[in-house]
Design a protein around this ligand. Structure first.
Ligand code: HEC
Length: 113
């Protein structure tokens, strides 16, 4: 459904913001929303315990999806085109330049809505 939708959609009917919002939820892969929530504040996506090898103490750890509404375009593009060797948590996406621009436009304008 998401694949069909984003490839055949006529974006002139909807605003750039709406198109970006749609991609945010359905970027042909796991929706950004699943980890980043609204995107305007850090979200704890997992907590786990790990034993410290030296001290033998169990420490609480967490994986946090950072707020993304203030990232620079270059960091955004870096992240969106990174592969699994660079982030162990962020999924790999295959978005077109046009899609990336709309998605970026959306996250940058989150505050204003
Ligand atoms: C499975 C969870 C998950 C999903 C889904 C996800 N992210 Fe992330 N994202 C993370 C985590 C965790 C980090 C921080 C670690 C890192 O940079 O790899 C991150 C980092 C980022 C960063 C860098 C923020 C910074 O300040 O360094 C951006 C930008 C970003 N994500 C955007 C997105 C967008 C846009 C989508 C959807 C296309 C998305 N993410 C989907 C988990 C996720």
């Amino acid at each position: 459904m998401s694949i069909l939708f984003s490839q055949t959609i006529d974006t002139s009917f909807i605003t750039k913001f709406e198109y970006g919002a749609m991609l945010y939820e359905n970027p042909r892969g796991i929706g950004c929303v699943k980890c980043h929530g609204r995107g305007d504040k850090p979200v704890v996506i997992a907590r786990y315990k790990q034993k410290d090898k030296k001290s033998k103490k169990v420490i609480e750890k967490s994986i946090i999806a950072p707020a993304i509404n203030n990232v620079s375009f270059s960091l955004f593009i870096d992240k969106m085109t990174a592969d699994k060797t660079e982030s162990k948590v962020m999924p790999t996406y295959f978005l077109t330049d046009e899609e990336l621009k709309s998605l970026y436009y959306y996250i940058k304008n989150l505050n204003k809505k």
